[in-house]
Write a protein that binds this ligand. Sequence first.
Ligand SMILES: Nc1nc2c(c(=O)[nH]1)N[C@H]1C(S)=C(S)[C@@H](COP(=O)(O)O)O[C@H]1N2
Ligand SMILES: [Mo]
Length: 203
Amino acid sequence: MPLFRSKAEDKVRAAGYDPARLPPGQYLTEKWPVLHAGDVAQVDVAAWQLRLSGEVEEEVTLDYEQLRALPATDITTDIHCVTRWSRFDAGFRGVHWRELAELCRPKPSARFAIAHAEAGYTENLPLAALDEENAIVAYEADGEPLTAEHGGPVRLVVPSRYFWKSAKWLNGIELAAADRPGFWERYGYHNDADPWQEERYGF
Ligand SMILES: Nc1nc2c(c(=O)[nH]1)N[C@H]1C(S)=C(S)[C@@H](COP(=O)(O)O)O[C@H]1N2
Ligand SMILES: [Mo]
């Protein structure tokens, strides 16, 4: 492990980045790998909807045009997959949770967010994680509309957690009073998924 670590750090340094940006056990990739369970979802943008439900004062359904009409947030962020690749300075554009919260008005009981995606995929997060400055509901990556393989038309991006929490082909955000394990958590992945703590597997 120490050997792997120093080699990975050397590569980061050689690429001109501060090695402190690499979480433990990760290596830098210049490419953007495609990773998911099952098939790439083919989502028709014209029919796509995002449903905000659960512990909200107002159930809200947005279509793609309505999402794009909301104030946009641009982020440049590092992303970390539990399979150990990290990608630096990934650019995303989308809508911050605060804009969506204004529409659905979370109840005081709302403490967790369950992201819903195509084919029944779900991911769970504390609502506070969704509210972080660089977490967004994204529709562009690196200046281009999100491709289907990377979760287009719309995906979640929550960079503070391993990337499995960032649901591709997002179609709903459900607020909940109690936490509920998502797709990968039910397979034994860590509930909190902080790459800096190496919360890969186990609770
Ligand atoms: N709907 C859905 N979203 C998903 C997944 C999935 O299987 N289904 N896999 C997750 C995992 S494990 C990772 S690492 C990232 C990968 O995103 P990328 O293919 O754009 O790199 O998507 C996450 N979001
Ligand atoms: Mo992943």
